[in-house]
Structure formats: structure tokens, C-alpha cells
Design a protein around this ligand. Structure first.
Ligand code: HOZ
Length: 425
């Protein structure tokens, strides 16, 4: 950690908190943030040359692992042709076609530079379409750092104990109605009371941002039914689940068709990108066809597009999903067993290739149950795993991920490390 420590000391003199995104500062787990030097497959190598089995994977995008050869080549070739043009390119068309092939609900697509931008823009479209102002979001879900969504937010906001950010005007926060996840009755009641003002309901169909939390049977169906009845738009934030739970994400897995979908992370193969899209007539409200303004010099950046396209094509060609799911199940089972044997109250929740080890004996189904997790214990576990060469997300309320580069031997090594770590936490 010597070099990471030195870099962090230097970073704090020039970057706010030493980082460019709060979760990287390790506030929730203590100690020095790991400064990354490079990655290779399932391994992250830190500034001191220490190797870790990586289950954070840049918070999700690296489903093919670090420095995947095809993705790296595609990005390098695109960069050699020119980093940015501020003009349309063929790659954008190919990527949008690939997205629509996997997400038929996205009849028209717009590329952005991040998931935050995608969500912010999708909600603007929803407000324009319905001519209503309010949006429903769920407590503990995180949809990026746009103003009106930093209310009862998950991810880093929850980790830092600031689910409601300073700097968000009261009036904007009041346009956000916050409800408990997995509670269709609360959604019914909110629409009964405020239906005429609700433009959209936005949801992480499987939550990644308070840790991995699954929708209970009938929950997503209820959201679809209720929003349709009240002519509000259903927006799926699939920034994490898109191309992760399968090519078609959560909407394919649960067979629910949202009105608008937001993507990010995997779609850029590790490069900055976002995308939103939906029904043609709704999306045609966006400029230059309609009155909703949204733009960006680096939107659909050719390097990110080339990397993303190669990533999505590789996923389609190699279909790693069944193997990923079975490895994740093996890991989840192994971690649960190790915790049980050590007498540590823990609950491992997983689906597809995402999982979270919650330090609680309760099933985690919403914000209130997530908050029963012992975050101090998570911090101790995290540090013990880090010492053993396993890099987990540095916060309890985040999903961990597997990549196609992880092997059964990695899984077994991780379980063995956890068995030792549970003894010290
Ligand atoms: N929103 C990402 C997933 N929880 C974390 C990335 C970040 O905040 O830096």
C-alpha cells in the first residue's frame, strides 16, 4: 500500500477528497483507497503491484474483464482514426442497432456520455410527454447524481449517510415522490393521491445501489399495470442490469416492457457512455425532432462507441451468461456457508452475475431491511479480504460483479479467503 498511500496524500492536496467520485475514497471501509495501476482479466493490479481478484469491476462495466483484447483493440483502432468529431459516425448507428436488437422496447435511442445523463434526459422526456412534473422513485435506488434524483438515494449517497444532497432546491426535491421498494400498495396509494401530477416512475428493476435487492414476485408487473392505468411512463434504469442479467437485461428476464430504458456501464465496454430510448413517438419529442433539448459534444464518442460495440458483439457471440450465473451461484453459496459456519449473521443475495453479502440475518428487500446491515462488520470483512487479495466494492450498499474472465479457481480462492476473514470480523 506504500505507493497508494503516497498517491492518496498527494491527491488530497489537489483533488476534492483525493478522488473524482466519492465511493472511491474508502470512507465506508477505512484505510487507504487502492490506486489502480492496471487490470488484466479478473485481476486488478494496484500501484504497488499487488494483485487482487476483482469483484468491483469498475462498478459493473467490465463484464468481459479488464483489458479484454477485442475491446482494447477496437478502442485503440478508433482512437487512431480520431478521438472525437462532434459529427455523426457509422459506429453510433451500429451500436444503436445492437442495443435495439437486445431491447426491442427501445425503438429510438439517444447516446449520452454517462448513465446520469441518460436518466436525467429520459425523465425530461417523460415530463414533456405527460405534461406533468412529478416523478416516483424508490428509497435506496440510485439513478445518478441529477438534482431531483438525489432524494433518498442509494449507492455513495447512502454509504456517506447523505441520501438527500445539499444544493438541491426544495422545490425540485418536492417533485420527487419517494416510496419503499417492493411495496406495490404504496405505489397504488401514491397514484391515487397524486396521479394527475405523476409523469414517470423510475426504478432499478433489480436494485444494485443498495446492494443486490431483487424485485418480489409481481412487483414489476404491478408497476407496469399501475403506470399504464394512470398514463405515466415506466422508466427502467438498467444502467447496472443492462447486458448484465442477460443480453436483454431485466426487462427480458422479467418480461416487462417499460416505456423508457436507461443504459450505461457495459454499453461502453468500460469507456464513458450512456443511452436512453423507448417508444418511437415518445422519443421523437427529443431535439432535433421535438421540443425537448438534450445535447453533448462527446455524446456517442467514437472511442467509447467502438469499445461498446465490440463488447456487445462479444457478449452476443459468446453468450457467457449461463456460465456467469452458475459461477455466481457457486460463490454466493460458498460465502453463505462460510458465514454460517463462522456464526456470522450474513445474507448473500445474488442474481445473474451480481451479488451482495449483507451483514444481517434479515432478507434484504428494501431500504429499511438494507439498513439493518452491520456496516462496521462489512468494513472489517472488506479489509481482511483486501489483505487476502480480493477486491470487493468498498461499501456495503453496492453490488459486486463477476466477469467472463473469472474462473472456478478464483471462486474457490475467494471462498477460502472469506472463511478466514469471517473469523476476524
Ligand atoms: N454509481 C455507481 C454504482 N453504485 C458507483 C460509481 C460511483 O458512484 O463512482
Amino acid at each position: 500500500m506504500k505507493r497508494s498511500r503516497a498517491l492518496f496524500a498527494r491527491a488530497q492536496r489537489v483533488l476534492v477528497g483525493g478522488v473524482n467520485s466519492p465511493v472511491r475514497a474508502f470512507r465506508a471501509v477505512g484505510g487507504t483507497p487502492v490506486f489502480a495501476q492496471r487490470g488484466s482479466g479478473a485481476r486488478l493490479i494496484d500501484a504497488d503491484g499487488k494483485r487482487y481478484i476483482d469483484y468491483c469491476l469498475s462498478w459493473g462495466p467490465l463484464i468481459l474483464g479488464h483489458a479484454h483484447r477485442g475491446v482494447t483493440r477496437a478502442a485503440a483502432a478508433a482512437a487512431a482514426r480520431g478521438a472525437s468529431f462532434g459529427a455523426p459516425t457509422e459506429g453510433e448507428v451500429l451500436l444503436a442497432e445492437e442495443i435495439r436488437r437486445a431491447y426491442p422496447s427501445m425503438e429510438r435511442v439517444r447516446l449520452t456520455s454517462s448513465g446520469t445523463e441518460a436518466v436525467m434526459s429520459a425523465l425530461r422526456v417523460a415530463r414533456a410527454w405527460t405534461k406533468r412534473d412529478c416523478v416516483i422513485k424508490f428509497q435506496g435506488c440510485y439513478h445518478g447524481h441529477a438534482d431531483s434524483l438525489l432524494v433518498a438515494a442509494g449507492s455513495g449517497a447512502l454509504t456517506l449517510g447523505r441520501p438527500d444532497s445539499a444544493g438541491v432546491p426544495e422545490a425540485w426535491a418536492r417533485t420527487t415522490i419517494v416510496l419503499p421498494y417492493n411495496d406495490p400498495a404504496a405505489v397504488e396509494a401514491a397514484f391515487r393521491k397524486h396521479g394527475a401530477r405523476i409523469a414517470a416512475l423510475i426504478v432499478e428493476p433489480v436494485v444494485g445501489n443498495m446492494g443486490t435487492v431483487l424485485p418480489e414476485r409481481g412487483f414489476l408487473e404491478a408497476l407496469r399495470r399501475i403506470t399504464k392505468r394512470h398514463r405515466a411512463l415506466l422508466v427502467f434504469d438498467e444502467v447496472i442490469t443492462g447486458f448484465r442479467l442477460g443480453l436483454g437485461g431485466a426487462q427480458e428476464r422479467f418480461a416487462i416492457e417499460p416505456d423508457l430504458t436507461c443504459l450505461g456501464k457495459i454499453v461502453g465496454g468500460g469507456f464513458p457512455i450512456g443511452a436512453y430510448g423507448g417508444r418511437r413517438e415518445v422519443m421523437e419529442l427529443v431535439a432535433p425532432l421535438g421540443p425537448v433539448y438534450q445535447a453533448g459534444t462527446l455524446s456517442g464518442n467514437p472511442v467509447a462507441v467502438a469499445a461498446g460495440l465490440e463488447c456487445l458483439r462479444t457478449l452476443r457471440r459468446t453468450s457467457p451468461y449461463a456460465r456467469l450465473e452458475s459461477l455466481t451461484r457457486r460463490l454466493a453459496r460458498g460465502l453463505q456457508q462460510a458465514a454460517d459456519e463462522a456464526g456470522v449473521p450474513a445474507r448473500v443475495q445474488s442474481t445473474g452475475s451480481m451479488f451482495t453479502l449483507f451483514f444481517t440475518s434479515n432478507a434484504v428487500r428494501d431500504y429499511a431491511s438494507a439498513k439493518t446491515a452491520d456496516t462496521k462488520r462489512y468494513a472489517r470483512f472488506f479489509q481482511a479480504m483486501l489483505d487476502a487479495g480480493v477486491y470487493l466494492p468498498p461499501a456495503q450498499f453496492e453490488a459486486a460483479f463477476l466477469s467472463a474472465a473469472h474462473t472456478p479457481a478464483d471462486i474457490d480462492r475467494t471462498i477460502a479467503a472469506a472463511r478466514r476473514a469471517f473469523r476476524h470480523c
